[in-house]
Design a protein around this ligand. Structure first.
Ligand SMILES: [Zn+2]
Ligand SMILES: [Zn+2]
Length: 252
C-alpha cells in the first residue's frame, strides 16, 4: 500500500521531511556498518515515513554488485512503520554518460539517482559535463540528478534543468554538499543557483540527507536556510508530497 499523509506540504514549517530517498547502508561498502533494518529503525525515529535506500553503483569500490540490486525486489518493504523503496545511486563512468548498472537492472528498481564521483570519473580531465547528465537521463528509471552542485564537475544548470524538466527528472538538494566540512566543492553557491532556476521554471526538487548509515537520515539542517533564503515554494519540494512522488516514480 502506498503511504499518503494529511496536510503534507510543511517542510519549512516543520523543519522535517517525510521522504528521504538518498541514503546508503553497509552495502555501499564505505562509511557505515548499518543494515537496512538499522536504517528503517532510524527513519522511524526521525519521522521519515518513506525511506529510499540508494546504494552506490558497482563502479564505487566495495559497493554492491548487480546481483544485489536484482535481489532487492525480494526485500521486505515495510519495517518499523516505514515504507521502504529500493533504488540506486548510479555512477556516470564516461563523459558521454555511460552508467555502471545495465538498464535491465535499473528497470527492476523503484528509482535511481545519477551522480558523478571522483573515483569513478576523474573531474580534472573533463570540463562541462552537461551532456553526460543529459545522456544519462535517457536510461529508464533515472528519476533524480544527484548532487549536480559539485563544482569539480561543472554543468550548465540552465540547460541541464530545462532538459531534466522535459524528461521528468528532478534535481536533488543534497544536505551533505552543504555541510561545513563537505568534501564536494561549491555546494552553497551552486545549490542556490539550482533553487533559483527551479523556482523560475517550476521544477520540483528532492531534498536529500545522503546519509551514509543511519545517523543522518532525514537530516536537512543545511538545506533549510537555503530554501528560506531563496523563498523557495513548498509546492516545489517533493519530500512531503507522497502523491507527487508516486507520480514522479511512475512518470505520470
Ligand atoms: Zn553521491
Ligand atoms: Zn550518496
Amino acid at each position: 500500500m502506498l503511504a499518503t499523509f494529511n496536510n503534507p506540504m510543511q517542510v519549512l514549517a516543520n523543519s522535517s521531511i517525510l521522504i528521504d530517498l538518498h541514503t546508503h547502508s553497509l552495502s555501499s561498502g564505505h562509511g557505515s556498518t548499518d543494515t537496512v533494518n538499522d536504517m528503517a529503525k532510524a527513519a522511524a525515529c526521525a519521522g521519515v515515513k518513506i525511506l529510499g535506500i540508494s546504494e552506490h553503483g558497482p563502479a564505487t569500490a566495495g559497493s554492491a554488485k548487480p546481483s544485489y540490486f536484482r535481489s532487492l525486489k525480494l526485500a521486505n518493504r515495510h519495517r518499523f512503520g516505514v515504507q521502504l523503496l529500493f533504488g540506486a545511486e548510479v555512477n556516470i563512468i564516461t563523459p558521454a554518460g555511460a552508467l555502471d548498472l545495465d538498464d535491465n537492472v535499473l528497470s527492476g528498481l523503484d528509482y535511481a539517482l545519477v551522480s558523478i564521483h571522483p573515483p569513478t570519473l576523474n573531474p580534472y580531465e573533463h570540463q562541462d559535463l552537461t551532456n553526460a547528465y543529459i545522456n544519462a537521463m535517457e536510461h529508464p528509471n533515472i528519476r533524480f540528478l544527484g548532487h549536480i552542485d559539485d563544482a569539480r564537475f561543472p554543468v550548465d544548470f540552465e540547460r541541464l534543468l530545462s532538459i531534466a524538466k522535459e524528461k521528468g527528472v528532478y534535481p536533488e538538494i543534497n544536505n551533505g554538499s552543504l555541510m561545513p566540512d563537505a568534501y564536494r566543492k561549491g555546494g552553497q553557491e551552486n545549490c542556490r543557483k539550482i533553487l533559483e532556476i527551479c523556482k523560475r521554471i517550476n521544477l520540483p526538487v528532492l531534498l536529500s540527507s545522503d546519509s551514509h548509515g543511519a545517523k543522518n537520515i532525514g537530516n536537512i539542517e543545511y538545506v533549510l536556510p537555503l530554501l528560506k533564503e531563496c523563498d523557495f515554494p513548498e509546492h516545489l519540494v517533493i519530500n512531503n508530497q507522497p502523491d507527487l512522488l508516486w507520480k514522479i516514480l511512475e512518470k505520470l
